[in-house]
Structure formats: structure tokens, C-alpha cells
Design a protein around this ligand. Structure first.
Ligand code: BG6
Length: 468
């Protein structure tokens, strides 16, 4: 079968400020929730005062200073799109200031200008797993509805500043993950009640609606989407109880997309809140703000999972507790590999939301070996991505409208869950060790040339394999 992606399909990669930039307190940057979890999403929360670098995340891969070289490498691969995130704390260091930090704004100006040199379109996430820590200590994070106003001010500032440079935006990264890690998602303590978490999520959904409205007003030719962690569940067995548990499991995350595409809470969630004694404070203005619906749906996809009525079968995955699928193999980090799942998910989301879709994260975290001659032969990564991209093509042939594909971590970066550099996703290798040593020099892996040829041929060099 000969593969050809649609004309104008956006090809590229995705990174996040807190996993690449480093420059921990440089140019007036404030302390973020990510800075306070130096050992990753699930590690200890540390209230830091020091300005010197103490964790691997503080320097990360030093993208803050090395971005021209990195953008040039992305351009060499043929990227037409790069997903980045803006660190809120570079723009409003504490989150509640009246005026933004000019030095922070200037950094992203330079970054977008660099991308423009190579015709790489920026896709910008407003909030990717970080918020000003001051908003947590002073206001209790998203639990406080004042944070909606602070976020709105931040969003308005960056829309106005970059309106001529950025035409694709995303509101909150993996907005559904707050149910599993409330500190990173909504700045709440990990032992918060379900009611507190859903109230904070409600505030974030309202803020997302407000950002959508503002984006449409300030940049009429821009498109703004949401971002879901697309961990789709299959029934573990055809037992009706398992099928229903799976349906409920999927509702647990699809609900965010339902609100963001329909503009109101679906009935099944209202029933869930009622049955679980979750009373949310929702104002008329909130209902109005939620009505601003997104232009496209974006999502991350790494693995599928199984749904069952037997909760004892759950195992810890990256962010979620998951029930593994007995038919699938897993990566070195135990993430199950399921290329067919991305086709299934694309079809499911398109049928449900009827909006264009954007795959903004997908990739394989693995240990890479540098050979004596300096080469890195990451065939496992090539196989993983080939098989997923073939399934993306299948979904497009099924009729799903897909805007583009930005692979996760096109350059090695610090992993989110455990702050590891040993778990590498890149086409570009970064000389950095877990103890922080290394020259930070960049080099091209085998997958670099492979992805370059896929982009150049618009998918034609992919090896077709049927669904498994
Ligand atoms: C997604 C996040 O959950 O998964 C990224 O949006 C993260 O920030 C990615 O890096 C991969 O997870 P990890 O833990 O391997 O970095």
C-alpha cells in the first residue's frame, strides 16, 4: 500500500518549557510547581528558596540558551510545526502581578522569530504541568476562583504579544490528569477530596473557556484547542460488568472534551457528582464562559489500557493506574505498545467531538546506546513511530480529519514522571547524565534521518503493516 498524508499536514515535535528550558531563575523567572517537584510528577513537593541549580530539571537541556541550534536541527528534519509551552512564571513570576515580566516575554519573541526563519509554525500550550508556586501557597492553587482571573490576564498578555507570530494554541496540557496528580494539574495537595479536585478542575475549565474567547477576539485567524491525555480503555473481557466499567472509565476523561467541545457539563457527569456527593459551586458567569468551545481537539497517546470491574488488577503506569492488556508488549518502562490504539482513538474522538484532531504527543521513551563511533542506532524508536504513523494514516483513510502530528520529545529532555534523562524520546541525542554531568552536546540519532525522510516524502517512506 502506498502511503501519502494530506497536503499541508503539519509534521513536527513537541516539548514543554519545564522539561527543556532550564534557566531555572534566570531573567526574573518565578518559582513554579514543576521547580518544586525536582524528582518528577510523583516525587516529593519541596518549598524552595535557593536560586542556585540543585536538580537536573533546573538546567534541563539548556534550551533557553541553545534554542537556535535546536531549531536549526528541527528545521533540518523538515519540521513544519513545533509544539512548545510558555512558562507562566517567566511572564508573571508570582502569578498575581499586574504587569508582566518583559524579559520573559522577550525570550519567547526571540524563540518564535527563530522558528519563523525556517517556516516552522508554533503550536503553543499556555500551561504545561506548571503554574506559579506562589499561587499555590497564597491562594490554594486552582481551588481558588481568583486563579481564573490571574490565568486570564496571563493568556491575554501572551495572545496580545504574539498575535502575529502564533496561530495555533492549546489551553491546558492533559487537563484530565489532575484527577490523578492534583498538585501538578491544579496546584492542590495530593490528599485533596474528590470535591476539591473537581471544583479546581471546574475553575480550570472556565479559565480554558475564557482563554478560547479571548484568543478568538484577539487573534481572529488563530485556532485554539484543548489537550487530553488519551489513555483509551478496552474492555478486559466481554463480561457486561467489564464493558460497563470500561465505558465509565472512558467517560472519566472524555468528560473534559465533552465540556470543552459542547460548552456545558454532560448529564452523566451531573449524575456522577450527585451520586458521589460532589457539590460544585458553578455561577451563571461560569456557565457563560464554558460556552466558548474549542476549534480542535488535541491529545497525547502513548498506550491503551483495559477496563474491568475488578479494581485489584490495576497497576501504576505513568500517571494513571492502569489494567494491562494481556495481548500487548511493553516498553522498558512498562508502557504497553499499541499502534492500533491510535487509530481506534482517532476514530472514537472524531465520531464523538466532530472536530479536527491534532496528535500533539506520541513516542517511545527508551535507553539509547552511543556506539564507539558516536552513532545511535535506535531502530526500536523507528519501529514504534513507523507503526503508529501507519495507523494514523489508516485513520485518515477512515475519514478522520487530522491536522498534524508532533512527536513527543524530538530532542532528549527530562521525563515528566520521574525527572529522568535516561528515558530518552529524541531523534536528537543530548549528552547529559542523570547526575547532571555531560557536555549537553547534541547529535543526530538514526531516527533523525528516518523522520527526515518520512516528512520529506509526506509519509511515503513509511513501511505499511496492517493492524495487529
Ligand atoms: C505526557 C506529558 O504525560 O507524557 C509530557 O504531557 C511527558 O510532559 C510525556 O513528558 C511522557 O511522560 P514521561 O514521564 O515519560 O516524560
Amino acid at each position: 500500500m502506498s502511503i501519502k498524508f494530506p497536503q499541508n499536514f503539519l509534521w513536527g515535535g513537541a516539548i514543554a518549557a519545564n522539561q527543556v528550558e532550564g534557566a531555572y531563575r534566570e531573567d526574573g523567572k518565578g518559582l513554579s510547581t514543576s521547580d518544586c517537584t525536582p524528582n518528577g510528577l510523583f516525587g516529593e513537593i519541596i518549598n524552595r528558596n535557593e536560586t542556585e541549580i540543585t536538580s537536573i530539571k533546573d538546567r534541563a537541556i539548556d534550551f533557553y540558551h541553545r534554542y537556535p541550534e535546536d531549531i536549526a536541527l528541527f528545521a533540518e528534519m523538515g519540521f513544519t510545526c513545533l509544539r512548545i509551552s510558555i512558562a507562566w512564571t517567566r511572564i508573571f513570576p508570582n502569578g498575581d502581578e499586574e504587569q508582566p515580566n518583559e524579559k520573559g516575554l522577550a525570550f519567547y519573541d526571540k524563540l518564535f522569530d527563530e522558528m519563523a526563519k525556517y517556516n516552522i509554525s508554533p503550536l503553543v500550550t499556555l500551561s504545561h504541568y506548571e503554574m506559579p508556586y506562589h499561587l499555590v501557597t497564597k491562594y490554594s492553587g486552582w481551588g481558588n476562583r481568583k486563579v481564573i482571573d490571574f490565568f486570564t490576564r496571563y493568556a491575554k498578555t501572551v495572545f496580545e504579544r504574539y498575535k502575529d507570530k502564533v496561530k495555533y494554541w492549546l489551553t491546558f496540557n492533559e487537563i484530565n490528569m489532575s484527577l490523578h496528580e492534583p498538585f501538578t494539574g491544579v496546584g492542590l495537595a495530593r490528599n485533596s477530596t474528590k470535591e476539591q479536585i473537581y471544583q479546581a478542575i471546574h475553575h480550570q475549565l472556565v479559565a480554558s473557556g475564557r482563554a478560547v474567547k479571548l484568543c478568538h477576539q484577539i487573534i481572529p485567524d488563530a485556532k485554539i484547542g484543548n489537550m487530553l491525555l488519551g489513555a483509551v480503555a478496552y474492555p478486559l473481557s466481554p463480561k457486561p460488568a467489564d464493558v460497563w466499567a470500561t465505558h465509565q472509565e472512558n467517560h472519566g476523561w472524555l468528560f473534559f472534551g465533552d465540556v470543552q467541545t459542547r460548552g456545558y457539563y454532560p448529564t452523566y457527569m451531573r449524575r456522577y457528582f450527585k451520586e458521589n456527593h460532589i457539590n460544585l459551586h458553578i455561577t451563571d458567569q461560569d456557565r457563560e464562559d464554558l460556552k466558548a468551545t474549542i476549534d480542535f481537539v488535541s491529545f497525547s497517546y502513548y498506550m491503551s489500557c483495559c477496563g474491568t470491574s475488578d479494581n485489584s488488577l490495576r497497576k501504576k503506569g505513568n500517571i494513571l493506574d492502569m489494567v494491562p492488556n494481556p495481548h500487548l508488549k511493553a516498553s522498558e518502562w512498562g508502557w504497553q505498545i499499541d499502534p492500533t490504539g491510535i487509530r481506534y482513538l482517532l476514530n472514537l474522538l472524531y465520531e464523538r467531538f466532530q472536530k479536527p484532531l491534532f496528535i500533539v504527543e506520541n513516542g517511545l521513551g527508551a535507553k539509547d546506546k552511543v556506539e564507539a563511533d558516536g552513532t545511535i542506532n535506535d531502530d526500536y524508536r523507528i519501529d514504534y513511530m513507523n507503526d503508529h504513523l501507519v495507523q494514523v494514516y489508516e485513520a485518515i483513510e477512515d475519514g478522520v480529519e487530522v491536522i498534524g502530528y508532533t512527536s513527543w520529545g524530538p530532542i532528549d529532555l527530562i521525563s515528566a514522571s520521574k525527572a529522568e534523562i535516561t528515558k530518552r524520546y529524541g531523534f536528537i541525542y543530548v549528552d547529559l547524565n542523570q547526575d547532571g554531568s555531560g557536555s549537553l552536546q547534541r547529535s543526530r540519532k538514526k531516527s533523525f534521518y528516518w523522520y527526515q525522510s518520512v516528512i520529506k516524502s509526506n509519509g511515503e517512506t513509511l513501511k505499511y503493516k496492517p493492524s495487529i
